[in-house]
Ligand binder design. Sequence first.
Ligand code: AKG
Ligand code: FE2
Length: 320
Amino acid sequence: MSELEDSLKLPVLDLSQPHEPSFLPSSSLLKACQEWGFFYVTNHGIPQNLFTKIREFSDHVFRLCSDTKLKLGPSSCLKTYTPRFIASPYFESLRVSGPDFFASSKASIDELFGQGKPEFSEMLQEYGTGMMKLSKRIIQIILKSLGDGYEKKFSDSEFGNCHGYMRISNYRPPDDIEENEAEGLGMHTDMSCITIVFQDELGGLQMRSKDGKWLDIHPCENSLVVNIGDLMQAWSNGRLRSSEHRVVLRRFRNRFSLAFFWCFEDQKVIVAPDEIVGTGNPRIYSPFVCLKYIKFRESNEVGNFEKIGYTVKDFAGLKV
Ligand SMILES: O=C(O)CCC(=O)C(=O)O
Ligand SMILES: [Fe+2]
C-alpha cells in the first residue's frame, strides 16, 4: 500500500445492514466525496458469479466485434459498439441502455450472433436492475450525508426519474508496453450522477487528487467503486467533486470492466436546491438542461479524453 493510500484510508461504504448501513460515518463519506469524488462499496448484493458470467460472454462479443469482416463502427447498425481508436487505441466498448436492458442488449447480440442467444441479455437485465436499485440506495445515503432529512426530501423529487446505462469495456494493451505502462483511457470525468465500476483483477483504474497526484484504485474482492459524476457536482453546487480518473494498462492481458452510469433524465433542468447551496454561499453553476451538457461534451471530446478541459465548470460555471 502506498503512503498516499495509507494516509487516505480509502473510504468503504458497507451496505451489510439492510436499513441503517453500518458504513463509515456520514462525515467520512462526505469527506471522501468532497476530496476525491469516489469510495468503495461492499456487500452491495450483486452476486459475484454475475460478473464472471458477463465477463465470459463479453469475451465472445468483443472477439466477434473486432472481426474486421463485420466492419463495425460509426457507420454500422451496431451503434452501441465503440471500436478501438475512438477513445483510445486500446479501448473498445459496448453500451447497454435501460430501463429494458434485455431489449437493448438483445438488439446488439442479434446483430452479432443472429437470433437465439438470450442468456447474455438475461444476465445484463439482472445486472442492470440490480444496479438501478443499488444506485438509488447509494444516492439516498449520499443525500443523508449532505443534510438531515435530505434523503426523504430529494430522493424522489429530484432523482425519481433517473435512468441508467452500462458500458462493457475491453482493453487490449499494445504488444510492447513501453515503460511498462500504456494509457487505456485518458483522464476524464463521468457525465453521470454516480457511476458504479467493476474492474477485473488486473486493476488499472486511477483517481486524480486535487493536487494532481494519481492514486491506484486496486480491485478489492466483492467491492465496487462508486464515482461522483459531473451532474452530481453541479446539483450539489460543488459540494461533491466529480472524480477525475483514467485507466492505465500494465500487463499484456486484456482488461475487462463494467461501468454503470446513473443519470438525470435528459430534459431535467439541473439546479442546486437552496438548502444544498446553503445560506450565504454563492451559486457556482447556472441552471442547465442535462441533455445540453451531454451534447456539449460529446461535441468536444471526440476521440480525445485527455484533452477534455470541457467539464461542467466550463459549461455552466459562474464566475464568483
Ligand atoms: O474501465 C474502468 O475501470 C473505468 C472506465 C471508465 O471510467 C468509464 O467508462 O467512464
Ligand atoms: Fe469514467
